[in-house]
Ligand binder design. Structure first.
Ligand SMILES: Cc1cc2nc3c(=O)[nH]c(=O)nc-3n(C[C@H](O)[C@H](O)[C@H](O)COP(=O)(O)OP(=O)(O)OC[C@H]3O[C@@H](n4cnc5c(N)ncnc54)[C@H](O)[C@@H]3O)c2cc1C
Length: 526
C-alpha cells in the first residue's frame, strides 16, 4: 500500500469506477475487500486515516453479543457467532479465543447465566469457541486471582473472540489492495455528483496533502461513513432526514496487574443495568464501556466525568485492588452509529436487525449500524445491493473462505510482532538491517522503530498519530508513553517521508496535545 501509487492510479483512470466507497472504517473496508475479490474496480476514499472513526475504538471483542440474547434477539446473535467463527478461520493471526467469567455473588446468578450461556454455545453450533460451564468459587479465583473474593459464590465461564481492531482494519486494507482495490486516506469526499436526471454518478474528493481536487465518476457510490452518514447523505440531498443516532462509549486502560491471569470478566448487569467488560489486551487491562446518547458526530469525543466515575465504581466492585483515577493509563472514546428506530423516510430495507442498507431517491447507497464482528456479512449484503443498483455483472461473494492479509495459522503471542502475522518477518528484517530500529521506542511498550518504518513504507501511515494510535496502539494503551514516543517516531517518519524539521515540530505538537486528552492525569511525560 503506497499512497503515491494509489494517487497515480486515481489520476490515470479515464472510465467510471464500478464502485466508489466513502469511508475507510470496518464497514467501508469490508466492502472494498468484498468488491475487489468479486473482480470489480473499486476505489475507497477515507477523509482522515483508515480507522480514525469508530473502528479503532471498539471494546476489541469478536462476539455474538451475550446481551442481545437477553433482549431475545436470537437471529442477530446467531449471525454474529457465525461471523465470529469465519473471522477466526480467515484471520487466526488477528483473532484469538478468550475465556470470560461471569462472577456470581447471588444465588440466582449461576443457574440464570449458566442457562443463558448454554444457549449461546448452542447458537454458535459448529462455529463454537468452547463450552461454557459453571465454576466453583475456588476455580473462579484460580482463573481470576484479582477478583473481589468477598461474597463470591462461583462463576460461569464461556468463550468469545478478541482482536486488535485497527490492526485488522489495516490488514483488510492490504487484502483489498492485494486484490486490486485502490485506497486513499486523507482524501475526503467533498461533494456527490449527479447526472442530468439527478441520479448519483460519482464524487468530488480532495487530497488533503496536496489540496488537489478530483472529479471521480462511478456506477455505484456507497456511503459507509458511520457516524458521519447523514452528513454525506445530505451532500447528495440536503433534505435527507437524519437516520443515525450517535451514542458514545468510553474505555479505561490500566496496568495488566489489575486483572492477573488470561481470563476476562463479564458483568452482564451492572447496578444500573449495563454490561461491563474487564479484558486483558496487549499486556494491559481494558475496562468498558458506556452507552451515552450524544448530540452529534466528532472525531475525538471527550469522556464525561460521570462515565469515568461509573467505570471506576463498577471496576471497584469486582476487583480486589480497586483502580483509581491516577491508575488510568489511557482513556479512549468511540461513537456508535446507531440507526434511528423509526428509520429514514424513503426506501429503507433492513437486511437484518443489526445493520441497515438504505437507497436514497438519488441512488446513493448507504450502509450503517452493525458491528465490527459482522463487517464481512454486512459487506456481502451491501455489494449484492450495489450489483443490482449499478447493473454490475453478477459475481458471487468470495470472502467466506478468503484468508486475510498476513494469514498465519499459528502465532506466538509472546512475540511482540505477532499481530502482523506473516508480515512480522519483513519487520524483523528491517530491524536486522539497522539494529537501532530494533530497540523499543519506550520502556513501557514493546513497539520498535522498524514498525514505524514498516507503517510508513507499507501501511500508508502519514502522520505521527497514525503510527501511535492505529498502526501501533501506543496512544490507546499508555498516553504518557505515546507522548514521549512522539519525537522519536516523528524523526523516523520524517526520514522516510522526506519531511523537514518544521513538519516534525508540528506533528509532535499535534499528537502530544491529543495524548494529553487520552491521559486523565494532567501533565504528560516530557
Ligand atoms: C464504544 C464502542 C465499543 C464497541 N465494541 C465493539 C466490539 O467489541 N465488537 C464489535 O463487533 N463491535 C463493537 N463496536 C461497534 C463497531 O466498532 C462499529 O460498528 C464499527 O467500527 C463501525 O464501523 P464503520 O466503518 O461503520 O464506522 P467508522 O469506523 O466510524 O468509519 C467511518 C469512516 O468514514 C470516514 N468519513 C466520514 N466522512 C467522510 C467523507 N466525507 N469522505 C471520506 N470519508 C469519510 C470517517 O473518517 C471514518 O473513518 C463498538 C462500538 C463502540 C462505539
Amino acid at each position: 500500500m503506497i499512497r503515491e501509487q494509489m494517487l497515480a492510479q486515481i489520476a490515470r483512470r479515464t472510465t467510471p469506477w464500478d464502485i466508489i466507497v466513502i469511508g475507510g472504517g470496518a464497514t467501508g473496508m469490508g466492502i472494498a475487500v468484498d468488491a475487489a475479490t468479486r473482480g470489480f474496480d473499486v476505489l475507497l476514499l477515507e477523509a482522515k486515516d483508515f480507522g480514525k472513526g469508530t473502528s479503532s475504538r471498539s471494546t476489541k471483542l469478536v462476539h455474538g453479543g451475550v446481551r442481545y440474547l437477553e433482549q431475545g434477539n436470537v437471529s442477530l446473535v446467531m449471525e454474529a457467532l457465525k461471523e465470529r467463527g469465519i473471522l477466526r478461520q480467515n484471520a487466526p493471526h488477528l483473532v484469538h479465543d478468550l475465556a470470560f467469567i461471569v462472577p456470581n455473588y447471588s444465588w440466582w446468578e449461576a443457574p440464570f447465566y449458566g442457562i443463558g450461556l448454554k444457549l449461546y454455545d448452542m447458537l454458535a453450533g459448529k462455529y463454537g469457541f468452547g463450552k461454557s460451564r459453571l465454576l466453583s468459587s475456588e476455580e473462579t479465583l484460580d482463573r481470576l486471582p484479582t477478583l473481589q473474593k468477598e461474597g463470591l459464590r462461583g462463576g460461569v465461564i464461556y468463550y468469545d473472540g478478541q482482536f486488535d481492531d485497527s490492526r485488522l482494519l489495516i490488514h483488510l486494507a492490504a487484502t483489498a489492495a492485494d486484490h486490486g482495490a485502490v485506497l486513499a486516506n486523507y482524501m475526503p469526499v467533498i461533494g456527490i455528483t449527479r447526472d442530468d436526471e439527478g441520479y448519483v454518478n460519482g464524487v468530488m474528493a480532495k487530497d488533503e496533502e496536496s489540496g488537489q481536487q478530483y472529479r471521480l465518476p462511478a456506477r455505484v457510490v456507497i456511503n459507509a461513513t458511520g457516524i458521519f452518514t447523514d452528513h454525506v447523505r445530505q451532500m447528495a440531498d440536503p433534505q435527507a432526514p437524519a437516520m443515525v443516532e450517535p451514542s458514545q462509549g468510553i474505555h479505561l486502560v490500566f496496568e495488566r496487574s489489575f486483572l492477573a491471569g488470561d481470563t476476562a470478566i463479564m458483568v452482564p448487569r451492572t447496578r444500573d443495568g449495563r454490561v461491563m467488560f474487564a479484558i486483558p489486551w496487549h499486556q494491559h487491562t481494558l475496562v468498558g464501556t458506556t452507552d451515552t446518547p450524544i448530540e452529534g458526530p466528532s472525531y475525538e469525543p471527550l469522556p464525561l466525568e460521570e462515565e469515568i466515575a461509573f467505570i471506576l465504581d463498577t471496576a471497584a466492585q469486582y476487583l480486589s485492588r480497586p483502580p483509581q483515577r491516577r491508575d488510568v493509563l489511557s482513556v479512549f472514546v468511540g461513537i456508535r452509529p446507531l440507526v434511528k428506530a423509526t428509520g429514514a423516510a424513503g426506501k429503507t430495507s433492513s437486511l437484518s436487525r443489526d445493520h441497515t442498507i438504505h437507497v436514497d431517491n438519488s441512488g446513493l447507497l448507504t450502509i450503517t449500524g452493525g458491528k465490527w464482528t459482522t463487517y464481512r456479512h454486512m459487506a456481502e449484503d451491501c455489494v449484492d445491493h450495489a450489483i443490482t443498483l449499478g447493473r454490475l455483472r453478477e459475481e458471487p461473494c468470495a470472502t467466506r473462505n478468503l484468508k486475510i492479509h498476513g494469514y498465519r495459522k499459528e502465532v506466538d503471542d509472546q512475540d511482540s510482532l505477532w499481530v502482523y502475522g506473516s508480515d512480522a518477518d519483513a519487520i524483523r528484517q528491517i530491524a536486522a538491517r539497522d539494529p537501532h530500529l530494533g530497540k523499543p521506542l519506550h520502556p513501557a511498550l514493546p513497539y520498535i522503530g522498524a514498525e514505524v518504518v514498516w507503517a510508513v513504507q507499507q501501511e500508508m501511515a502519514r502522520t505521527v498519530e497514525d503510527v501511535l494510535a492505529r498502526r501501533t496502539r501506543a496512544l490507546f494503551l499508555n498516553a504518557k508513553a505515546a507522548h514521549a514516543m512522539a519525537l522519536p517516531v516523528a524523526r523516523i517518519m520524517a526520514q522516510h517521508l522526506h519531511k523537514d524539521e518544521s513538519w516534525i515540530t508540528r506533528q509532535v505538537a499535534e499528537v502530544q496535545s491529543l495524548a494529553q486528552q487520552y491521559s486523565l492525569n494532567g501533565e504528560s511525560e516530557k
